[in-house]
Design a protein around this ligand. Structure first.
Ligand SMILES: [Zn+2]
Length: 460
């Protein structure tokens, strides 16, 4: 990808790498950040200008966890459609999970994803390789050859590694590559056929529950194994207050652990399954719910399940105190048929690239977190986690690749199914009014997405 010269003028530039937050111009030349400085910056003549007055300019968003479904499930999403949705959501680098068909557990699989991205992907895609062959949890996959082919880490996402000894070996091997083992923490023997968080809502709707302990048992085991091996554990989609506390204590003891949380676990609670928008503690009116009460809304069926308001608050606190490093989408697109069925049969997962930023800015608008923190958790912090596989992400430092996101923190929009770029329309925010919208996404100096409202006010 080769980019031209772009001047982004007059925006609020937030760069977590240098903790700077000022109105600045950003000059991009030859695909790199050339200068960030006080206006007016001057560039060469055939410069493209983006008028960013009133807008926020940040490093491109980095997603540690998404599902692009290719190969094998192209009816849900493809690398092409998923990358376009990511770009519309402000993401410039995304990591795709290996639970495809076949699962991504060999060098050939990694090469396939890379070739497809080069041909069709508008954003940078870094694959994650399986921990075990075929994600079967029986023997380790060829981790070394996948590491050399450029994976971001290893995960059997959707499943935990069932055996403690095998997980120990996975951690020991991964240590020699400087890559994390990314664990989907769920004790399947305990979660069994659960569908929602075990608690009040499960009881009221008569749905089988998944207790918080199903997650925390595996988090605790893996933290012990990370301490034992000195290897790097990354906990995917943390969802409970207990997990946050376990990770916090392990970090204090010096265990090498990082963690991520999804936009929906930060903003929605188990009540959403019944059609209620926000948790009971919500103070912002997002308009009438599109769903009747007791709706059994399959769009809110995710794994791990949406939890209680107390859990949600603990996740926000974990984000603030550094226990949780990054916000990762767990973008999980599905077909209509996967979701338009009875609750028990519906697939787990939410398609959220389109709404990630808008939903997260709700936390800022409600005064729960400040904007630079959200930006850091979307850019610099996940960029650090990817530094072994792809360095220099999540910063606007001169000389780094020009991955830039421009968004309007005040733009209000109604989330409509027909407007979603993802092939998966299973977005739990459909029908909600969100405030905060991506206006432009730039990858390596190339504008890969631009909102029509911005196009109208910027020069070619
Ligand atoms: Zn998962």
């Amino acid at each position: 990808m080769k980019g031209g010269s772009i001047l982004i003028t007059g925006g609020r530039v937030i760069d977590p790498a240098t903790e700077s937050d000022h109105v600045r111009d950003v000059l991009i030349e030859a695909g790199k950040i050339c200068r960030v400085g006080e206006a007016p910056l001057k560039g060469n003549k055939d410069l493209r200008t983006i008028d960013a007055r009133g807008l926020v300019v940040t490093p491109g968003f980095v997603d540690l966890h998404c599902h692009l479904r290719e190969p094998g499930f192209e009816d849900k999403e493809t690398i092409s459609s998923g990358a376009r949705a990511a770009a519309k959501g402000g993401y410039t680098t995304i990591c795709c999970m290996p639970n495809t068909n076949p699962p991504l557990d060999t060098r050939a699989g990694v090469d396939f994803i890379k070739a497809r991205c080069a041909a069709d992907g508008v954003v940078r895609v870094i694959p994650i390789g399986c921990i075990t062959k075929g994600r079967k949890g029986l023997e380790l996959a060829e981790m070394g050859e996948m590491a050399r082919a450029g994976v971001a880490g290893f995960s059997d996402d959707g499943e935990s590694v069932p055996g403690s000894r095998l997980m120990r070996y996975a951690l020991e091997y991964s240590r020699s590559f400087g890559l994390p083992v990314i664990e989907h923490c769920e004790d399947k023997a305990l979660s069994a056929d659960g569908m929602v968080n075990e608690g009040r809502v499960a009881t009221r709707l008569g749905l089988r529950g998944i207790p918080a302990a199903a997650e925390e048992i595996v988090v605790a085991r893996d933290l012990s194994l990370a301490a034992l091996t000195g290897a790097w554990l990354h906990v995917a989609h943390v969802s409970t207050a207990g997990s946050v506390e376990l990770i916090r204590r392990a970090r204090e003891k010096g265990v090498r652990v990082t963690a991520e949380v999804t936009p929906h676990h930060l903003t929605l609670t188990e009540e959403r399954v019944m059609g209620s928008r926000w948790g009971p503690g919500a103070t912002v009116d997002l308009g009438p719910s599109p769903l009747p009460p007791d709706a059994y809304d399959t769009f809110a069926k995710v794994s791990p399940p949406l939890r209680t308001e107390e859990d949600r608050k603990a996740l926000v606190q974990g984000l603030k105190d550094g226990t949780i490093d990054a916000i990762a989408t767990d973008h999980a697109p599905h077909t209509w048929m996967d979701k338009a069925c009875e609750f028990g049969l519906a697939a787990f997962g939410a398609s959220v690239f389109d709404t990630s930023l808008g939903s997260l800015l709700g936390l800022v608008q409600r005064g729960e977190v400040d904007l630079p923190l959200i930006v850091s958790k979307l850019t610099f912090e996940p960029g650090k986690i990817l530094s072994t596989s792809c360095g220099g992400l999540g910063t606007l430092s001169p000389g780094s690749g020009a991955d830039v996101t421009v968004f309007d923190p005040e733009a209000e929009w109604l989330v409509k199914e027909e407007d979603l770029a993802s092939r998966g329309k299973n977005n739990p925010f459909i029908g909600s009014n969100l405030r905060g919208k991506v206006m432009a996404t730039i990858v390596g100096g190339v504008i890969v997405y631009q909102d029509p409202a911005l196009q109208a006010r910027s020069r070619p």
